[in-house]
Write a protein that binds this ligand. Structure first.
Ligand SMILES: Cc1ncc(COP(=O)(O)O)c(C=O)c1O
Length: 398
């Protein structure tokens, strides 16, 4: 090597920007501390950690099932484990496609040889029970997949419970991507009879990217245990994951620091309680939505179908969103997300993002960045609206 690349200190901006995009999200100090620790991946201490994740996972997914596993990989790896467990050559899947992440289910399903049918909605709407009934009346499907909250456009599948009932009635299993919804709003795995639900670490959990969490219903797991078709994956085989996550045996070397960070993140969520956490997220997101509108910006997803944890905002005056995001980051120290093809920008309201001081900062940074590009927005009124709302009450640590 001719010369050594710069040191991390030379590369990283100081201070680091506040991450207010669609993930990864900021993490609490205690999660960062846990992420800096290394212990043996097997043995009594790790067993206790694994058992704790299983127990806290059950309350998070709202399930009695003990088949809850961490995954060394991104949310897409969890998606891959789910899809490859239930689909193989000759099996049929119905994909409810609301955008980028819903469509990923189809890519993975085709990869394992399944027959894929994709259902689309009209833009800016969620799937209805009627859409799904119609699809099932025309064809047989072994599996249906959907994304609870489609991050790419900010739309929520509000009829998930009803859709799950229809799938059950037609004998199909349902896989749910709860990456942007778990721990930010209700997900009732047992009550809604969901077969597989998964999330990533870097969103609502405010843990770290690269360690995900997946839950299988007992019935679905038994089905997978008894499937005759060979498993296409070794790392992502839930039957092998079961060995580590329930039997405390070796599968592969778990990412111990990420697992510790996940444990701490789940612990914080349980201490906060899901009820208070949902309330915090909703209040924070609704306040932000209101203040953005006061400022003169328009939300992309319509109210009834809007995902609170990732807000999609119409870009104003067709400015170059790359420039807008650059100004936000370099001048105001706040990062948000652009989009995949749509003329929108996206602000996250997941985990630590849904704190008053962070909401105020992103609101001001977005407004001022537009001003920098000579776009007319009323930043002061937006901030005034924020300061008048209850979430800025300092004694409530929302
Ligand atoms: C809803 C949803 N599903 C899946 C993914 C993929 O997550 P990852 O990048 O961790 O694989 C994302 C990422 O943003 C997402 O928002």
């Amino acid at each position: 090597m001719s010369s050594l690349p710069p040191s991390l200190d030379q590369i990283l901006p100081s201070p680091l920007p506040l991450l207010m995009g669609a993930g990864p999200v900021p993490i609490p100090d205690s999660v960062a501390k846990a992420n800096g620790l290394v212990i043996n991946h097997l043995g009594e201490t790790m067993n206790q950690i694994v058992m704790g994740i299983n127990q806290m996972g059950r309350s998070l997914f709202k399930t009695q099932s003990e088949k809850i596993f961490g995954i060394s990989g991104p949310s897409s790896a969890a998606m891959e484990m789910a899809v490859s467990s239930l689909l193989w050559t000759g099996r049929k899947v119905l994909i409810l496609n609301l955008g980028t992440f819903s469509a990923r289910f189809g890519d993975i399903a085709r990869g394992v040889g399944a027959q894929v049918t994709e259902l689309q909605t009209s833009p800016l709407t969620t799937f209805t029970p009627e859409d799904v009934k119609e699809a099932f009346s025309k064809d047989h499907f072994d599996v249906i997949t959907l994304v609870h909250g489609e991050t790419s456009c900010g739309i929520k599948n509000i009829y998930l419970p009803e859709i799950a009932q229809i799938a059950k009635a037609y004998g199909a299993r349902i896989i749910v991507d709860a990456v942007t919804t778990l721990s930010t709003m209700p997900v009732e795995m047992d009550e809604w009879e969901l077969d597989i639900v998964f999330t990533g670490g870097q969103k609502g959990l405010s843990a770290v990217a690269g360690v995900s969490l997946i839950a299988f219903s007992e019935d679905c797991f038994n089905f997978i245990m008894n499937r005759a078709a060979p498993m296409p994956h070794w790392c992502l085989d839930p039957r092998r994951a079961y060995k580590f996550w329930v039997m405390h045996e070796y599968h592969y070397t778990a990412p111990v620091n990420g697992v510790l960070a996940l444990y701490e993140a789940l612990h914080l969520i349980c201490l906060e309680t899901l009820e208070r956490r949902f309330e915090r997220h909703e209040k924070s997101s609704l306040t932000l939505q209101h203040c953005l509108e006061v400022m003169g910006l328009e939300l992309y997803a319509p109210k009834g179908h809007r995902l609170n944890s990732v807000l999609s905002i119409k870009n104003k005056d067709q400015v170059d969103t790359k420039k807008l995001l650059l100004i936000m980051r370099t001048k105001f120290g706040v990062e948000i997300s652009g989009a995949f093809g749509l003329d929108i920008v996206r602000i996250g309201q997941m985990g630590e993002q849904a704190r008053p001081q962070n909401v105020r900062r992103v609101l001001e940074a977005l407004g001022r960045a537009y001003e920098n590009l000579s776009v007319k927005v009323d930043v002061d009124s937006g901030l005034k609206a924020f300061d008048q709302t209850t979430i800025s009450d300092s004694h409530i640590r929302l």
